[in-house]
Write a protein that binds this ligand. Structure first.
Ligand code: DSN
Length: 430
């Protein structure tokens, strides 16, 4: 079917080139995915023309008869998927979602405890380069054992008693193991902190009940992006437990009022007009994720990642935590092959296998030239690859790295990858 062609030739040409790049390569970046034609159509809909500051029933502009309806459908879809009492679907992405959640509960100078970035956390969980780190005091916990991924909950508890965080954050962007959310909640309860999960990476796996849901362990706030394993448009959301009330009226700062405290932070405190075409696309994605096929998709993402991890390890890739329980793999390419993550990313890009350079725990190298790469299976599983294809991917990755200085061999692998990839159309090709 494809999408409407643009009337500006040079921009249409670039769009066609990007379609062809995506079609003739395989996306292994674990935070990327290929959306359905319906999600693309929603993004390209006339809802992009509309200003809708406020919330359904409480807007600052007229003409909201349809926007109120679609935002309500999106809110209800998110609540149902994740078992939340409330959903704010307006955050433009994950970072603003986290910012709104922090500022709804904290005062400047308050403490948040989150995972160290190189051990799998995220910039917005307290990296010194972020704006948030200027406002809040971040303290970090780590893995106890990078061979297994075990998190050091005793150390976490000791740190929590010392630093008294008001939010304990379970959030990860490069952590390949399952999480026991109840252990985080126990630590949070002992120091009177709110338990908040950033499930940006695993939202699709949680929606499909392939991974544990933090709300089942009593978490009070869950933030996420909508475009990774959840396979929706680029965007964010904040899910909460508690009482929903009029978002136009101030409420007391109580745990039960978190839904309203957060609504009031997203708008008017931090954002202006919501992107209604994007909210329509979120509504579409939530409906898609509620279907039985999505459960099979999410199970296949994990099965593919486990198989790919074992095929890579069999070829000398040293993986952080020696495998994966989710959609993601982190490889130490310095230890495996004596090249850095930037070099590995570039050589794999050349053969049409897209991964991203990534820090490894306590990486001695800087983030732009780190020791690792990060890869995963959400996108290739959407394309239709199954466990039987994972060996071939590992063979190509290994061969590309081993023959990186041989231009003819690299060209040959690139041709094989492109021929193979074209057999698996993009969802928007159908
Ligand atoms: N950039 C996202 C990722 O790739 O994990 C996190 O913000």
């Amino acid at each position: 079917m494809g999408i409407h062609k643009l009337n500006i030739p040079q921009l249409q040409k670039l769009t066609s080139l990007e379609e062809e790049r995506q079609r003739s390569g395989l996306e292994l970046i674990p935070s990327e995915n290929y959306v359905s034609q319906d999600v693309l159509s929603a993004l390209g809909s006339v809802f992009t023309n509309k200003y809708s500051e406020g919330y359904p029933g409480y807007r600052y502009y007229g003409g909201q008869v349809n926007t109120d309806y679609i935002e309500t459908v999106a809110i209800d879809g998110a609540k149902k998927l994740f078992g939340a009492d409330h959903a704010n679907v307006q955050p433009h992405s994950g970072a603003p979602a986290n910012m709104a959640a922090y500022s709804a509960w904290l005062e400047p100078g308050d403490t948040i405890m989150g995972m160290d970035l190189t051990h799998g956390g995220h910039l917005t969980h307290g990296h010194p380069v972020t704006f948030m780190s200027k406002i809040y005091n971040f303290v970090r916990y780590k893995m106890k054992d990078i061979e297994t991924g075990e998190i050091d909950f005793d150390h976490m508890l000791n740190m929590a008693k010392k630093h008294k965080p008001k939010i304990l954050l379970a959030g990860f962007t490069s952590y390949p193991r399952d999480l026991d959310y109840s252990k985080f909640k126990q630590v949070a309860d002992q120091v009177g902190a709110i338990a908040m999960a950033d499930i940006a990476h695993t939202a699709g796996l949680i929606a499909a009940r392939v991974q544990a849901n933090p709300f089942d362990s009593g978490f009070q706030i869950v933030t996420s992006t909508t475009h990774k394993t959840l396979r929706g448009p680029r965007g964010g959301m904040i899910l909460t437990k508690g009482q929903v009330s009029n978002p136009m009226k101030p409420v007391d700062k109580t745990v039960n009022n978190l839904p309203t405290l957060i609504d009031r932070q997203v708008f008017p405190a931090l954002q202006g007009g919501p992107h209604m075409n994007n909210i329509l696309a979120k509504a579409v994605a939530f409906e898609e994720a509620a279907q039985p096929e999505f459960k099979s998709y999410a199970s296949n993402v994990v099965a593919n990642a486990k198989e790919l991890a074992s095929q890579l390890m069999a070829r000398g890739f040293k993986l952080i935590t020696n495998g994966t329980d989710n959609h993601m793999i982190v490889a130490d390419v310095v230890a495996s092959f004596g090249i850095d993550g930037k070099q590995a990313e570039e050589i794999l890009d050349k053969v049409g296998l897209n991964t991203n350079k990534n820090s490894i725990p306590d990486d001695p190298n800087p983030p732009f030239k780190p020791s690792g790469i990060r890869l995963g299976t959400p996108a290739v599983t959407t394309r239709g690859l199954t466990q039987q294809h994972m060996e071939q991917l590992a063979v190509w990755m290994h061969a590309a790295i081993m023959h990186r200085a041989d231009a003819v061999k690299i060209e040959g692998i690139a041709r094989q990858v492109a021929d193979f990839s074209r057999k698996f159309p993009l969802p928007s090709d159908n």
